[in-house]
Every structure is written in structure tokens, then in C-alpha cells.
Design a protein. Structure first.
Length: 86
């Protein structure tokens, strides 16, 4: 089952970040791994990050197929996941 949801970065402190998940605030401790990811996202103006509800962790590496498994369907084998430049 896919436990990944998109969350809103509500508040950022030096040691933790508060995320808004399904109308509930959850505080996640920043680690060396996710600290740069969160600060980089905010610097780029991105305030939505993927979050794994089962492990209560910020997801930094996601697969397109994880979100869109229908891309593996037989009828879509010739479809391009990334549109070609015209």
C-alpha cells in the first residue's frame, strides 16, 4: 500500500520542521539527510514535500511509478512519461 502523501511545510526551525498532514500538524526532527532537502525546497519556493505516513519520515527520493503505477499498463507502453520538446 502506498503510504506517501503530500504535506505542507508549516514551520521550520533549526532542529525540526512542522508539517501539515491531513489537517494535523506533525513535527519531524531534521537529520543531516533531510535538512538540506527541506532548506533547498524552501529556497526554491516549494512548500509541499512527500511524507511517508507509515515511517513518519520525509521522502526525499521518489519514483514516478510509485505515484503513477498505471504507467506500467500495457496500453501505455508507447506513451512518454516526459513530453518531448516540440
Amino acid at each position: 500500500m502506498n503510504n506517501i502523501v503530500y504535506t505542507f511545510i508549516k514551520e521550520l526551525k533549526e532542529q525540526h520542521v512542522t508539517l501539515r498532514i491531513n489537517s494535523i500538524d506533525e513535527t519531524v526532527k531534521l537529520t543531516e539527510e533531510n535538512r538540506q532537502f527541506i532548506f533547498g525546497a524552501i529556497q526554491q519556493g516549494t512548500f509541499i514535500v512527500p511524507f511517508n505516513q507509515e515511517s513518519h519520515a520525509i521522502v526525499m527520493n521518489t519514483s514516478l511509478l510509485e505515484y503513477f503505477p498505471e504507467a506500467e499498463r500495457q496500453e501505455l507502453t508507447d506513451a512518454h512519461l516526459v513530453p518531448e520538446d516540440l
